[in-house]
Design a protein around this ligand. Structure first.
Ligand SMILES: Cc1cc2nc3c(=O)[nH]c(=O)nc-3n(C[C@H](O)[C@H](O)[C@H](O)COP(=O)(O)OP(=O)(O)OC[C@H]3O[C@@H](n4cnc5c(N)ncnc54)[C@H](O)[C@@H]3O)c2cc1C
Ligand SMILES: *[C@@H]1O[C@H](CO)[C@@H](O)[C@H](O)[C@H]1NC(C)=O
Ligand SMILES: *[C@@H]1O[C@H](CO)[C@@H](O)[C@H](O)[C@H]1NC(C)=O
Ligand SMILES: *[C@@H]1O[C@H](CO)[C@@H](O)[C@H](O)[C@H]1NC(C)=O
Ligand SMILES: *[C@@H]1O[C@H](CO)[C@@H](O)[C@H](O)[C@H]1NC(C)=O
Ligand SMILES: *[C@@H]1O[C@H](CO)[C@@H](O)[C@H](O)[C@H]1NC(C)=O
Ligand SMILES: *[C@@H]1O[C@H](CO)[C@@H](O)[C@H](O)[C@H]1NC(C)=O
Ligand SMILES: *[C@@H]1O[C@H](CO)[C@@H](O)[C@H](O)[C@H]1NC(C)=O
Ligand SMILES: *[C@@H]1O[C@H](CO)[C@@H](O)[C@H](O)[C@H]1NC(C)=O
Length: 603
């Protein structure tokens, strides 16, 4: 009897705790909410947290995936590399890329609560002050300037101790960091490369100055990587922002469910057009269900999902929509100017038998390392591969800058990046040879001028869109990539690399001239996994963008976009921190627009 009572109390509690997460639209109790957040990813979870701070509003967040809790590979930083191509990945592929000799490249995106922050490589860069000030000037909205954005940055994240608890003096500047939920730390397991990279920078100076903290506003130089790791485990949007507020009674989640389109709810001919209904389905053959948002629909489905939903809803370039048999509600350049950073992996033979490949290729060493992580959160697996970063500007007298306007947002922003990885990390078509020890050097053009587009393959919401990042189609990008390869080769001539680097490996070894390096780059470059700008912000007067500087879709009412789609210019760094930042500002803009209390007096 007592057991039975206990059991029913426990199951009652379980139902109570879980009641707000629906796995099927058929189970929804309500079909009317104040706000519907489409996409429970990086930005979506921030909004779910901040908007539900106002107890009087009812919020529904809809996510195509399910929770990743319990998936060890999402917790162990080093094993994040196994997540692309897993059940948590949408598994997109680019169209044939003319800049890459017609190759297609994989395009991972997170399909889970927390979105791509759950499967990414964890690097944390907030962007230079110049970047934010440039956004303010493009959008004609001082609210995006660094001075006004800083308070939102400070509430995204906080610096925590590295896993090994080492003294971080000189590796990061704690005073620059805030007090938000995402945990950020410097590497917690040193590799053979870290000292060499840092010492070379201090020795060479010039175009490779040591940078004590990339999140100081100056994003140029060489230094320690900061990553979304706390206590040796991944911190992401779902475990940082969403899970702590799941007990709030005004927040509901609908997971394992796709948003198929938005439906107009304003009278025909009325402007601006209201899209107050969200259509969802569990699969291509499942029943369609309609859910209403009284105040706003917020699209946070990411740089691919958001433009796809807009196009399916009749918001996009008229000619393209007509071609797909969709009638145009608002003619806007949705999907145009998709931007990403080209990323190239080069390999060097090194004089070392300490690379991570020795652990990965030995099942018993792998087991020992994993057990070390599980029991004490120490060892190789506490970091994502790559402990240092270099952000480099083209030489001031570079002939490249004479041919093209400087695409970087200002002198505090770089043109290219390099990352040193202590092992053979597969980032493209080259697989690891059976003999030899290797380091991987990633080079990235972080201020690309190439632009691509994303468009519908068909009007079926369950068909993947056509994703064309236009990688290396602009001449600036290929010239900058060649310069980045040469910069790495200059950098590893410095003393600390002596008797360590033996030779470039593979086709790079014979690519002695600039033309051959360019050919090498076209053969092996892939996508930097930072797609953005597919529904960009612009000033209210401009007809270039898709949303205004308050992130409202032009020509619509009550429809906002909050994710990497809105970037008016790609940040010259890794982009997750900027996504968290725009989501924090967006939450305040929404509260302000509806008269809810805010504590940060947004501009
Ligand atoms: C392999 C990889 C490595 C990366 N490494 C780094 C890094 O080291 N540092 C860094 O800063 N950035 C990195 N990034 C990029 C960064 O993680 C993303 O740019 C960022 O997380 C995107 O946030 P978002 O909110 O725009 O989109 P997402 O986080 O992708 O959120 C979109 C959400 O919407 C959902 N969704 C989409 N369509 C629908 C639909 N129709 N219905 C319902 N739900 C839908 C998705 O499932 C997803 O949960 C990496 C990305 C990848 C793929
Ligand atoms: C992505 O591909 C992998 C491997 O084929 C598969 O297991 C996974 O289910 C796919 N992801 C999705 C969301 O379908
Ligand atoms: C690693 O290299 C050192 C010095 O080069 C050598 O003494 C040692 O035997 C090597 N270990 C393995 C496992 O190859
Ligand atoms: C590694 O650990 C797993 C789980 O404990 C075990 O099944 C496996 O046999 C181990 N492998 C080796 C090589 O020790
Ligand atoms: C640029 O300046 C550097 C150092 O000042 C010099 O070595 C180099 O030759 C110059 N390059 C060009 C293209 O003028
Ligand atoms: C996308 O870009 C490709 C290549 O430039 C072009 O052929 C195609 O028409 C574009 N699609 C849309 C919808 O703009
Ligand atoms: C880097 O510099 C430190 C401090 O001077 C020194 O202890 C270390 O040996 C150097 N490492 C390399 C690889 O040069
Ligand atoms: C690029 O690939 C082509 C085709 O495989 C090959 O012939 C060429 O040698 C490669 N060039 C370089 C520099 O890697
Ligand atoms: C795309 O970018 C180009 C070059 O920066 C610009 O001229 C054009 O207006 C942009 N288009 C949109 C729709 O933003």
């Amino acid at each position: 009897m007592l057991l039975l009572v206990l059991f029913s109390i426990i199951s009652f509690l379980a139902i109570f705790v879980n009641a707000k997460t629906f796995t099927s639209a058929a189970d929804l109790v309500h079909h009317n909410y104040d706000f519907i957040i489409v996409g429970g990813g990086t930005a979506g979870c921030v909004l779910a947290n901040r908007l539900s701070e106002t107890p009087s509003v009812k919020i529904l967040m809809i996510e195509a995936g399910v929770s990743a809790d319990g998936n060890l590979n999402t917790e162990v930083p080093f094993l994040g590399v196994t997540l692309p191509g897993s059940t948590l990945d949408w598994n997109f592929t680019s169209t044939s890329q003319v800049g890459l000799n017609g190759r297609t490249v994989p395009y991972p995106r997170g399909q889970t609560l927390g979105g791509t922050s759950v499967i990414n490589l964890l690097t944390w860069n907030r962007g230079s002050n110049d970047l934010w000030n440039k956004w303010a000037s493009i959008t004609n909205d001082e609210g995006w300037s660094w001075n006004n954005i800083q308070k939102y940055y400070l509430r995204t994240s906080r610096l925590v101790k590295p896993a090994d608890g080492h003294d971080i003096t000189g590796e990061v500047i704690p005073a620059l960091h805030g007090n938000g939920p995402v945990q950020v730390s410097v590497p917690g397991f040193p590799t053979d490369l870290d000292d060499r990279v840092v010492n070379s920078s201090k020795l060479l100076g010039g175009r490779f100055p040591y940078n004590e903290d990339f999140n100081s506003g100056n994003n140029v130089g060489v230094g320690f990587m900061q990553s979304t790791v706390g206590n040796g485990a991944r911190s992401h949007s779902a475990n940082a922002y969403l899970e702590p507020v799941l007990t709030r009674p005004n927040l509901d989640l609908l997971i394992d469910t796709h948003v198929t389109k938005l439906i107009q709810t304003s009278a025909k001919g009325e402007t601006p057009i209201k899209f107050g209904t969200v259509e969802v389905a569990a699969s291509a053959t499942a029943q369609l269900v309609h859910i209403n948002a009284k105040k706003e629909v917020i699209l946070s489905a990411g740089a691919f999902g958001t433009p796809q939903i807009l196009l399916l809803s009749g918001i996009g370039p008229r000619a393209h929509l007509e071609n797909k048999g969709i009638s145009t509600a608002i003619d806007l350049p949705v999907g145009q100017n998709l931007t990403d950073q080209p990323l190239l992996a080069s390999y060097y033979l090194i004089n070392s038998n300490q690379t991570f490949n020795h652990i990965l290729s030995d099942p018993s060493a792998f087991n020992t390392t994993l057990q070390e992580w599980i029991t004490s959160k120490q060892g190789l697996f506490v970091d994502s591969p790559g402990n240092t970063q270099g952000f480099v500007r083209l030489p001031a007298n570079s002939s490249i800058l004479k041919q093209f306007p400087d695409p970087a947002s200002g002198p505090l922003s770089p043109h290219t990046e390099f990352i040193f990885v202590d092992g053979f990390a597969q980032f493209g078509p080259v697989t690891m040879p059976t003999t030899g020890n290797f380091m991987t050097v990633l080079t990235v053009v972080v201020s690309p001028l190439s632009r691509g587009n994303i468009s519908l393959a068909t009007s079926n919401p369950f068909d993947k869109p056509l994703i064309n990042p236009g990688l290396l189609t602009h001449k600036f990008d290929i010239l900058a990539m060649v310069q980045a390869i040469k910069d790495v080769q200059t950098f590893i001539q410095a003393g600390p690399w002596a008797n360590f680097v033996q030779a470039p490996f593979g086709d790079l070894a014979t690519a002695k001239t600039d033309d051959l390096k360019a050919a090498f780059a076209r053969n092996f470059t892939g996508a930097g996994s930072h797609p953005s700008g597919s529904a960009p912000m612009s000033s209210s007067e401009s007809n270039r963008g898709v949303v205004d500087s308050k992130l409202l879709v032009k020509g619509a009412s009550g429809l906002r976009v909050v994710d990497a789609s809105v970037f008016p210019l790609i940040p010259e760094c890794h982009i997750q921190a900027p996504v968290y930042i725009i989501a924090e500002r967006a939450a305040d803009l929404i509260k302000l627009a509806h008269g809810f209390p805010t504590d940060l007096s947004p501009v």
